[in-house]
Ligand binder design. Structure first.
Ligand code: ATP
Ligand code: MG
Length: 634
């Protein structure tokens, strides 16, 4: 068996041969002529001349071979619904949806905007687009009308599909009026809005001539047979806007063939799932993890995929583990932020379920601190694999790859560069870092299959945003900051513009957060750099305690602050010691669970936090304001 090192080396040194082999994991109507066309750097085309279809690979081929096998397992703890769709059922629903789209005028290459809660129809809609060669753009359901409108104007969809309402924590979130407002705000609203009426928001308004009822259309197309449209490998499959943590979201454009091959390969080498197995990914279809690993990859691999609507702790903190037990989940994928939520709960929830089917838990999206990593790995007693990636790449950049070699896991590290990625760390002058030296995480192009091919409609922005860090060499910049140890294990230290510069020493926010988190009372923390006349910048920490009452009095808070400072001294040295540690009950995050450090920093420096359309809970900002003003007054 080939080990990780040889596998990775071949993917870089014999790119063509390596990816030709991987391309055999998917069905092609016409086999590719050229594996990699890199004649126009940094743009790359994979599997040129090959024609294929994502929906065929995800649905049709399995429906033909194993029609009764489960494909989509839908679980909603919001509406108390559970339903399993076989591959044959899924194909039938996708064909109906495709027929509806065609009737509403959607053609190959047209965009369809999907603004949906986590319901099966969202999955049907994505696959129906893929089937007919339409380009989907999924926008996280519940985004404010202004955010939705900017995405409408950028993607210019001919059709939008939505629902009357989403649900979260038992509360209805009406969507339809947000859709109406967004269509009013947009300069290029879609001709039609297809509405899935869940019966949650009874009295939503309908616009005559524009709004179309899904149930009615579905009845019309009971026996729809819609053949797949064979697409050239480079034709776009979808547009997905980045989370917008660092500013204006970018429309990431993905191809068809490269994405299909990258996902199929990742299921074999990295996530290790195949026919007869079940995957449970707790993300949302509005994010890249949802696109790749709730919908496309597990289905391409012939697995059953669990689509979950609800939170990790409702009706109780055992809900996810019961899903694992009931559906014999083999591969689970979640986010550090969810695990930190579960860490605050009783571990009996986890231990009362039979989790013996579970092979691996994958986590991605945010730095996974060592303490949380160790905790969940020890409780589950299986490998917990941190993987680092971006909307831009569509699949992991750094990860352990148990399908290739069972390399030991180091807590706090997403292990090694994934095959296909020529990943390096760079100094500011473009030279390469050595071991144990912090630098910018860069990828020497061409980017592997599955990664973004351009920014939708803005080739120049693709080059200026991602390939302009150095004049020479030409490198894809991740805008993240990382380090590699003597054994080749990487750690992501934070985003480049979050680096804290204390008296000339550059510290990643992650390093200080990691140190604060070694204090057993801390559940979660955000560290930001705050302007300081003497030192340039000083770190400031905002911590959530496991026991909120532990810092109820000013004396207790002072004592805890001193203890935490000592932890940082031990772990990192006095240079990283926070100027202040404030205690709050929650931290400002995007709806995808990413820390809004920029907003915290702005408040700490007495500035306006700016546009926060993507914030999950605005009251977290008010708390930070309050804490800061208490000290200013005191
Ligand atoms: P925008 O680019 O619009 O500001 P965003 O970067 O938050 O948004 P995503 O593409 O969803 O949008 O997030 C990718 C980023 O998340 C990475 O660049 C990195 O900063 C962080 N990240 C993802 N996975 C990990 C991980 N395993 N460890 C550390 N950081 C991670
Ligand atoms: Mg980003």
């Amino acid at each position: 068996m080939v080990g990780y090192i040889d596998f990775h080396r071949r993917s870089i040194e014999d790119r063509e041969g390596f990816w030709r082999d991987q391309s055999r994991l998917v069905d092609w109507q016409q086999t590719p002529q050229t594996i990699c066309d890199y004649s126009r750097p940094p743009f790359v085309k994979w599997f040129v001349g090959g024609t294929t279809n994502l929906c065929h690979n995800a649905v049709d081929r399995h429906a033909a071979a194993r029609p009764r096998d489960p494909a989509l397992i839908y679980v909603s703890t919001e509406t108390d619904t559970e339903r399993t769709y076989s591959y044959a059922d899924l194909l039938c629903e996708v064909e109906r949806m495709a027929a509806i789209f065609i009737e509403l005028g959607v053609k190959r290459g047209d965009r369809v905007l999907i603004y949906m809660p986590m319901i099966p129809e969202a999955c049907f809609a994505m696959l129906a687009c893929a089937r007919i060669g339409a380009v989907h753009s999924v926008v996280f359901g519940g985004f404010a009308p202004a955010s939705l409108a900017t995405r409408i104007d950028d993607a210019r969809p001919v059709l939008m599909i939505s629902a009357d309402a989403g649900m979260r924590g038992g509360k209805a979130i009406p969507y339809k009026h947000l859709v109406d407002d967004a269509c009013r705000l947009a300069e290029h609203p879609p001709a039609h809005v297809l509405i899935v009426d869940r019966g949650i928001d009874k009295g939503f308004a309908r616009t005559e001539g524009r709004d179309v009822d899904y149930a009615e259309m579905r009845r019309k197309h009971v026996d729809a047979a819609v053949p797949v449209e064979w697409l050239e490998s480079s034709e776009p499959s979808y547009i997905l806007y980045t989370s917008g943590t660092t500013g204006k979201p970018k429309g990431v454009q993905r191809d068809t063939g490269g994405y299909c091959v990258a996902l199929a390969a990742s299921m074999q080498h990295l996530f290790t799932g195949g026919p007869g197995e079940t995957m449970f990914v707790t993300s949302d279809i509005g994010w890249v993890v949802g696109h790749s690993y709730i919908i496309y990859a597990p289905l391409i691999a012939g697995m059953a995929t669990v689509m979950y609507e609800g939170t990790p702790i409702r009706p109780d903190a055992g809900v996810w583990w019961r899903i694992v037990e009931k559906y014999r989940v083999n591969v689970m994928f979640s986010a550090p932020t969810a695990i930190r939520v579960l860490k605050k709960q009783d571990t009996a929830w986890l231990h009362s379920c039979d989790l013996s089917s579970l092979k691996h838990l994958f986590l991605a999206g945010e730095p996974l601190d060592e303490t949380t990593h160790r905790w969940i790995a020890e409780e589950l007693d299986i490998p917990v694999i941190d993987n680092y990636w971006q909307t831009e790449t569509g699949w992991p950049i750094l990860s352990a790859m148990p399908g290739i070699e069972k390399t030991p896991i180091k807590y706090g590290s997403p292990s090694f560069p994934v095959y296909g990625y020529d990943l390096r760390l760079f100094r500011e002058d473009g030279s390469e870092c050595g071991a144990n030296e912090k630098g910018v995480v860069g990828i020497v192009p061409p980017l592997p299959p599955g990664c973004m091919t351009t920014v939708w409609g803005q080739d120049d922005r693709f080059v200026s945003t991602y390939f302009s860090l150095f004049k020479d060499p030409l490198v894809y910049s991740s805008s993240d900051w990382g380090i590699r140890d003597d054994d080749g294990y990487y750690t992501i230290l934070g985003r480049m513009d979050d680096v804290i510069n204390v008296a000339g020493h550059r510290l990643g926010t992650r390093e200080i957060e990691e140190a604060v988190q070694t204090h057993p009372g801390v559940a979660e923390v955000a560290v930001v750099g705050v302007a300081d006349d003497v030192k340039g910048q000083v770190p400031m920490a905002f911590a959530v305690l496991k026991d909120a009452g532990a810092a109820a009095t000013p004396e207790e808070a002072k004592r805890l602050e001193a203890e935490i400072s000592r932890k940082v001294d031990e772990w990192l040295g006095a240079i990283g010691r926070p100027a202040r540690v404030f205690f709050v009950s929650g931290l400002p995050k995007t709806r995808s669970g990413k820390m809004l450090r920029r907003a915290i920093q702005a408040l700490a420096e007495g500035r306006d936090p700016g546009d926060l359309a993507t914030i999950e809970d605005p009251s977290t900002l008010q708390q930070i304001r309050d804490r800061l003003s208490e000290t200013r007054e005191g």
